[in-house]
Design a protein around this ligand. Structure first.
Ligand code: ADP
Length: 396
């Protein structure tokens, strides 16, 4: 089957057309600056990358232009739109309503809308993408794959905050967690790669990208994860602060005369590795900065790794043990120095890293030594392929 995978943001739309049999992406790309001016990037697997600067006033025009590009007689990858068998949408927040992927119908759209409050920037964009596809490809089945669904197996002791219970009852304030498609895909790969007994397995997944989260996966199910009601909680990230003392918000608001939404903007966009280093949110530049002796770049990497190691340690306690710790996403897949530094805190578990194997980038590989009691691995994530597979499983 050929599945169009769509990931809609408020002003962007990432897409891939995937052949589910081979798992290959026939084309990948994105639309940017939707509603501002517009830019469509189109990268066919066997052809030349193209950039179109046509105006993209809304998501429907963006989807329409993507469909026109992929079926273009000259540079398209399919002969006609009839070849698209299904569409898989990444949907950010499924609240407590969705614990798995679902075929989209009117009732599902309504239920996604009911979660809008929990992800006011993302869910409305996801719905716009779904509606645009419904208009342009009537009759083609569409599936919603939720970032939060995999974590719905968390027990209440892991998802409840120490707040008045009525906030949970009235507003569903609780931990949801994100990157679920990635945590699910990567933890399943680890169970396969190491031939673990799924029903007797303890895996910790470190999804370290610009957004970063760690999950504890016991017997194939998420039992805890570091992001919370929103993706702001947990690890120190590229530009997000992660956990802080909540009282800092009032303290800084008073000192700097900032509103709550200005403070939220600082915590989401100006903090983390970017805020600490004053340099960049990108670990490639941080590594360069450290080589040049930049002390704040060193500090940013140390804080990032120290926090990640502490979360891993807490999940060893949560699961009363661990079989494997796996690294994925941009930093987890590419930055051996970060992996090594995080693992250096975990020697007490009997974890030792093989430096030669840890020099890899972007490949599935066990990076611990053969005699290491706990295994460490790199497993590249592939959220789009996971969305494609979920879609095929439901529409077949
Ligand atoms: P997201 O999907 O959250 O935007 P990614 O998983 O694509 O993030 O990760 C992006 C981050 O990965 C970059 O900001 C950068 O810090 C890091 N990264 C990418 N390539 C490398 C590399 N070769 N070495 C170190 N870090 C890298």
């Amino acid at each position: 089957m050929k599945v169009l995978v769509i990931n809609c943001g408020s002003s962007s739309l990432k897409y891939q057309l995937i052949d589910s049999e081979s798992g290959e992406a026939l084309v990948t790309g994105l639309c940017e600056r939707i509603g501002i001016d517009g830019r469509l990037v189109y990268k066919p697997a066997n052809g030349e990358k193209r950039i179109f600067e046509d105006k993209l006033p809304d998501h429907q025009v963006a989807v329409s232009n993507v469909l026109a590009a992929i079926s273009n007689p000259e540079y398209g990858v399919i002969g006609s739109l009839d070849e698209i068998d299904a569409v898989g949408h990444r949907v950010v927040h499924g609240g407590e309503t969705f614990n798995r992927s679902v075929i989209i119908n009117d009732e599902v759209i309504k239920a996604i809308e009911e979660c809008n409050d929990l992800a006011p920037l993302h869910n409305p964009a996801n719905i716009i993408g779904i509606n645009a596809c419904t208009k342009l490809m009537p009759g083609v089945p569409q599936v919603a794959v939720f970032d939060t669904a995999f974590h719905q197996t968390m027990p209440d002791k892991a998802y409840m905050y120490g707040l008045p219970y009525e906030y949970y009852e009235k507003y569903k304030v609780r931990r949801y967690g994100f990157h679920g498609t990635s945590h699910s895909y990567v933890s399943k790969r680890v169970i396969d790669i190491l031939s673990l007994d799924k029903n007797n397995s303890k895996v910790i997944v470190c999804h370290l990208g610009n957004g970063a989260s760690i999950s504890a996966v016991m017997n194939g199910k998420s039992v805890d994860t570091s992001m919370g009601l929103t993706p702001l909680e947990g690890l120190v990230m590229g530009t997000r602060s992660g956990d802080i003392d909540p009282a800092i918000m009032e303290f800084i608001a008073k000192k700097e005369n900032l509103s709550i939404s200005e403070i939220m903007n600082v915590l989401n966009k100006k903090s983390g590795v970017q805020g600490m280093s004053g340099l960049t949110s990108d670990f490639r530049d941080i590594d360069e900065g450290i080589k040049k002796g930049n002390n704040r770049a060193r500090l940013a990497r140390e804080v990032f790794c120290y926090k990640a190691a502490k979360v891993v340690g807490s999940y060893v306690a949560a699961m009363n043990g661990v079989d494997a710790i796996v690294f994925t996403a941009g930093i987890g897949e590419n930055d051996g120095v970060v992996r090594k530094e995080i693992c250096s805190y975990l020697g007490f578990l009997g974890l030792t890293v093989d430096d030669e194997k840890n020099a890899v980038r972007g490949e599935e590989v066990v990076i611990s030594t053969p005699d290491s009691k706990v295994k460490a691995l790199v497993v590249p994530t592939n959220e789009e392929l996971a969305i494609c597979r979920e879609t095929v499983a439901l529409v077949k």
